[in-house]
Design a protein around this ligand. Structure first.
Ligand SMILES: C/C(=C\CNc1ncnc2c1ncn2[C@@H]1O[C@H](COP(=O)(O)O)[C@@H](O)[C@H]1O)CO
Length: 282
């Protein structure tokens, strides 16, 4: 005979755990919650990959949850080292302000330099100023102009958010981090993982050398196609950059509308009514 049930309101020798029924020797003498709360045990499992997978999952869940209702947004990238008196700081601030004026939220890496400037412009203009920070081995904090922010453990989850919740990128002068973000966007656009993703390289003097190299070496050597060079524009004009982004958004909306209409037409023309109408329309 089995032990008495720990649930006095349930028949002895029978146990239900969610949809699972257990009887006789399968009946457990403690509940999942008791086992969760009572046990400590070794803690080295928090450093294992299965546990990390859950942490990664939780970053996606938190990030998606925070950003799902953001609306149209543009991610602004650039050097964490840009100083307050740098003209690129002023330009990033102008971007923040004018992107808000054009109806966009502004997403940055939440750090100092260009990120701070873009967040400042967006926040002061009364827009949504988002910071997606990254945990780094050295002292780091979210800049004071981030109005809604999340700090990520992993670069790759954070990078998903930059692309998923933005309709385009503004890339200001920067270092490795900025190049990583730029080339991720270009790779996703080139491989059609994202469709319609305007990328602006701001600062002709800064980006000119890279763009020349893309043309004279990468393209000339057949490593990219001529059309790949049309995936971005290079400019020194904030207004021109924003017009390019807005135009790309309008074209994408029109294309999506057309595709939806074409799909609806295709369904109409292929579907045979299950109950054909009689000649009198009944
Ligand atoms: C270097 C310093 C702080 C670093 N803090 C950062 N906080 C948030 N995001 C960062 C930080 N550093 C790099 N990033 C990301 O990369 C891009 C800038 O990198 P770059 O190498 O400076 O170009 C940026 O867009 C962020 O997404 C203290 O000076």
């Amino acid at each position: 005979m089995s032990e008495p049930s720990i649930h006095p309101d349930r028949p002895v020798g029978q146990q239900q755990r969610g949809p699972i029924l257990m009887r006789r020797k399968q009946v457990q003498q403690s509940t999942s919650e008791q086992r969760l709360l009572d046990s400590r045990g070794p803690s080295d499992w928090v450093h294992t990959d299965p546990w990390r997978v859950l942490r990664i999952q939780s970053e996606f869940i938190e990030g998606f949850g925070m950003l799902a209702e953001l609306g149209a947004a543009i991610s602004v990238f650039g050097s964490a080292r840009t100083k307050l008196d740098d003209r690129m700081y002023a330009a990033a601030e102008e971007f923040g302000r004018k992107l808000v004026g054009a109806g966009y939220a502004v997403i940055t890496g939440g750090g100092p330099g260009v990120m701070e400037a873009a967040n400042k412009g967006a926040s002061e203009a009364g827009g949504v100023s988002v910071g997606l920070g990254i945990e780094l081995p050295f002292e780091n904090g979210m800049n004071e102009w981030v109005d809604i922010g999340m700090n990520f453990r992993y670069f790759f989850t954070r990078k998903t958010m930059f692309v998923k919740y933005a309709q385009g990128f503004v890339v200001m002068p920067g270092g490795f981090g900025t190049l990583d973000e730029l080339f991720e966007a270009l790779t996703l656009a080139q491989t059609r993982k994202v469709t319609s993703f305007p990328v602006v390289l701001f600062g002709t003097a800064y980006w000119g050398g890279l763009v020349d190299w893309l043309r004279t070496t990468m393209l000339a050597d057949g490593k990219i196609s001529p059309a790949d060079l049309d995936m971005f524009v290079v400019t020194d004009d904030v207004d021109e950059a924003i017009s390019y982004i807005v135009k790309a958004g309008e074209l994408a909306d029109a294309a999506a509308e057309q595709a939806a209409e074409a799909a609806a037409d295709a369904i109409d023309s292929t579907s045979t009514p299950t109950h054909p109408l009689g000649s009198d329309g009944s």
